[in-house]
Design a protein around this ligand. Structure first.
Ligand SMILES: *Cc1c(COP(=O)(O)O)cnc(C)c1O
Length: 401
């Protein structure tokens, strides 16, 4: 079976992991610091905090922003359940904002309308909004940040798909802050937090780079970074200036909040650091796979593709085709039967039984629901061979006829 996504592990990656295994510290050692520093440099941000998964990073990002019982968090229904579960872990209420049918990311128009109507009806406004960079392309962050300023919410980017992606700098944007990094002319890397409080990456094996399991939260705010570090490790601090009373001595630490053990190992961090050196190569390969698919599918009247707006360059984590609803199941099954590991991203979160038990219903987010009845994720990863891709293209076009 050709998988829809898979990691690319080199001999250098293996050597980096083995070197940590032969060293004194296999967790809480120097590889974590090195990986965090390398990611922060790569995306042009001051602070990066590694964890054992993006799910954990989303959770401690919410906690660092003081999300708790009585608060509301809004996100996209077209995402993995972790995007909204993070808020539920904090005891907050979750609500969703429908997607834009062309970008498949959160609709800024729908967000704006929902905020406006909540304000008019004196309903609760969100404390945090979590835009999801679906498929590896950035949401329109400058406009979302602008709404954040107007309605007083914080922003956590779920960039699980999008390390290596870029977003345009609008120098005349009212919510613009000084440009931190610039790798592609007017485009700057997702993760630099120019328009967000915290940005979260995933290093699961199907994502752009991997640590086996792992995640990272980036931020420009030192206080948020420190809080994420504390929540990552039991709510414990060893820094005298973070303690409530003077230190008792060199052994002393204080637990000042209820944290978790969400630490990444040095084994994983060494893999991540080695993978990061090939990030550009991975993204280029993904883009060329996507471009070849585009050439075959873009003008096909039965296929609709995710549109990439001019303000972003995608890291191409996913390649999704929308096919006619009436043929959806049949095409999916045919491709699977031919050894093509197609997948579906995503089942709308609000239609999961757990979310339905909280009162969500079919029909609430029609664009995400319609999309779900048409979507198929085709294989895309750096090691996908030309021959395999030819087979996928041929089999899909045949199944569509
Ligand atoms: C993969 C993913 C996550 C969770 O990442 P983990 O590292 O597996 O915890 C969260 N959000 C989105 C959009 C994802 O694709």
């Amino acid at each position: 079976m050709i998988p829809y996504g898979r990691q690319s592990i080199s001999e250098e990656d293996i050597a980096a992991v083995v070197a940590v295994l032969r060293s004194d510290l296999i967790t809480q050692g120097p590889a974590i610091d090195a990986f965090e520093l390398a990611v922060s440099k790569k995306v042009g941000v001051d602070h990066a905090v590694a964890s054992n998964s993006a799910t954990s990073s989303l959770h401690i990002a919410c906690l660092a922003l003081d999300v708790g019982p009585g608060d509301a968090v809004w996100t996209s229904p077209n995402s993995f359940v972790a995007s909204s579960n993070a808020a539920l872990y904090c005891g907050a209420q979750v609500d969703f904002v429908d997607i834009d049918p062309t970008t498949l990311c959160i609709s800024v128009e729908a967000l704006s309308a929902k905020l406006q109507s909540a304000r008019q009806q004196s309903k609760q406004l969100p404390k945090v909004v979590i835009p999801v960079h679906f498929g590896g392309q950035s949401c329109d962050m400058a406009r979302i940040r602008h709404l954040g300023a107007e309605y007083g919410f914080k922003i956590i980017e779920d960039a699980s798909h999008a390390i290596g992606a870029t977003y345009q700098n609008f120098s005349n944007s009212p919510c613009n802050s000084p440009v931190k990094a610039n790798i592609e002319g007017e485009f700057s890397p997702v993760g630099n937090c120019e328009h967000a409080d915290i940005c979260v990456f995933s290093f699961h094996p199907v994502k752009i780079i991997t640590t086996g399991e792992g995640g990272m939260g980036t931020t420009q705010c030192p206080e948020l970074a420190e809080r994420m570090r504390e929540f990552r490790s039991h709510g414990i601090t060893r820094k005298a200036d973070r303690m409530t009373t003077p230190s008792h001595g060199p052994w002393y630490y204080q637990m000042t909040s209820l944290g978790f053990n969400y630490r990444m190992t040095d084994i994983a961090a060494a893999l991540g650091l080695s993978q990061l050196s090939r990030l550009n190569e991975f993204v280029e390969k993904r883009r060329s796979v996507a471009q070849r698919y585009d050439e075959h599918f873009a003008s096909n009247p039965k296929i609709r593709l995710q549109q990439v707006p001019s303000y972003t360059r995608s890291a191409k984590h996913l390649y999704v085709v929308r096919v006619p609803q009436a043929q959806h199941l049949e095409i999916f099954e045919t491709l699977r039967s031919k050894g093509i590991g197609v997948n579906l991203h995503y089942i709308p979160i609000h239609l999961q039984p757990f979310y339905k038990s909280k009162g969500f219903q079919e029909g609430q987010f029609p664009q995400a629901e319609l999309y779900y009845r048409e979507a198929i994720s085709l294989p895309i990863y750096p090691g996908l061979s030309d021959d395999d891709q030819s087979k996928i293209i041929g089999d899909l076009l045949e199944a569509l006829r």
